[in-house]
Ligand binder design. Structure first.
Ligand SMILES: Nc1ncnc2c1ncn2[C@@H]1O[C@H](COP(=O)(O)OP(=O)(O)OP(=O)(O)O)[C@@H](O)[C@H]1O
Ligand SMILES: [Mg+2]
Length: 328
């Protein structure tokens, strides 16, 4: 059985549209104009137990909405979903005990309590045994280097420290499925890395199923075996990151280290020259012509080293989402 499965999952939000001015406000009271936003338009997902899947897409694509439906905090407008065999929005306690949602921009810990006290409350809420709690929290606090922050009010912690405490809170009861909605949002590079290492370990050791959204491609590159890309509420791609880059990027970059200076105009005959030409020159060539163009440049120029690079994932994502709607 798949850990997470959805079929034709849909969500339409209705909100009141306010026309400008006082008259608009009045009209909104008397006869509100409803506007519908189709946030998720028929999403089919199938994620196996133990998979680490990246759920990617531009702002407003429907990622958070989907994760909220899967974790049972939002009712769908249509379609079906099962998480560990349960229908998430029925919110059965057996299911809630086995899943967790981490949101980078929303806290579940109590602002005025020290994190430690918050953990104790969650322990009771989720009926975690003393021994499991101790083992789990000790490990988490140690891995995320939080031991000296445990008794400080959450409101006084830095953003990164708070986020790490949130992760501990979300994981102290050994969930089997974790939804991670931008868990590294706003964190410094060191904290991002710690959290990544930690999530990777959890996925490997506990075989915990992870679904991650992140705008940091490094998170996705390092963690996710597979990605699903959503745009305007619809899935536009499923596969590995390599497949994503070869499907959406038809260019490659040839990086030449030059033993002697070469004029940019000479290089331009082989492709688009990226950046300044110095000891190193980078030329973009069509994927299908990479071998020929590289061979020709090796012949033509005093090259001491050559490397062929894929275009960075970030650029592919940017290209992918700045295409005109509807164009493939
Ligand atoms: N409560 C709401 N009421 C009305 N519209 C909403 C509501 N929540 C989200 N939306 C709209 O639904 C669409 C999907 O939003 P969602 O938050 O799922 O996107 P996202 O993929 O998580 O984006 P981001 O990368 O910015 O977090 C957007 O157009 C958003 O404006
Ligand atoms: Mg979101």
């Amino acid at each position: 059985m798949a850990a997470v499965e959805t079929r034709e999952l849909r969500k339409v939000y209705y909100s009141n549209k306010k026309e400008p001015g006082a008259l608009g406000a009045l009209k909104m009271l008397v006869k509100p104009d409803k506007v519908a936003t189709e946030a998720v338009k028929g999403v089919d997902l199938s994620i196996e137990q133990g998979e680490f899947v990246g759920f990617l897409g531009p702002n407003g694509a429907g990622k958070t909405t989907t994760l909220k439906m899967l974790s049972g905090i939002l009712y769908p407008s249509g379609g079906e979903a099962t998480v560990l065999g349960f229908t998430p929005w029925q919110r059965k306690p057996e299911m809630l005990r086995q899943i967790s949602l981490v949101m980078g921009n929303k806290m579940q810990l109590w602002w005025d309590l020290p994190a430690w006290d918050g953990f104790l409350v969650l322990k009771e809420l989720y009926e975690v045994s003393d021994s499991t709690f101790k083992k789990r929290v000790d490990h988490l606090v140690d891995a995320l280097q939080l031991s000296d922050k445990m008794h400080v009010q959450v409101r006084k912690l830095s953003l990164g420290e708070r986020m790490k405490c949130e992760l501990v809170a979300a994981l102290l009861y050994t969930p089997r499925v974790v939804f991670l909605d931008e868990p590294t949002l706003g964190l410094d590079v060191v904290s991002q890395k710690r959290i990544r290492d930690f999530l990777r370990e959890l996925n490997r050791e506990d075989e915990c199923t992870m679904i991650l959204t992140s705008h940091y491609m490094q998170d996705v590159q390092e963690l996710c075996q597979r990605v699903v890309v959503i745009d305007h509420g619809q899935i536009v791609f499923r596969g590995t990151l390599d497949q994503l880059s070869s499907r959406f990027s038809d260019i490659r970059r040839v990086r030449l280290t030059l033993a002697q200076p070469v004029a940019e105009t000479d290089l331009m005959r082989y492709g688009r020259v990226i950046g300044d030409v110095g000891e190193v020159a980078v030329i973009e060539v069509p994927r299908s012509e990479t071998a020929q163009a590289t061979a020709a440049m090796l012949q033509a120029f005093p090259v001491s080293d050559v490397a062929i690079e894929e275009v960075e994932m970030e650029e592919i994502m940017r290209d992918l989402f700045t295409r005109a709607p509807g164009s493939e």
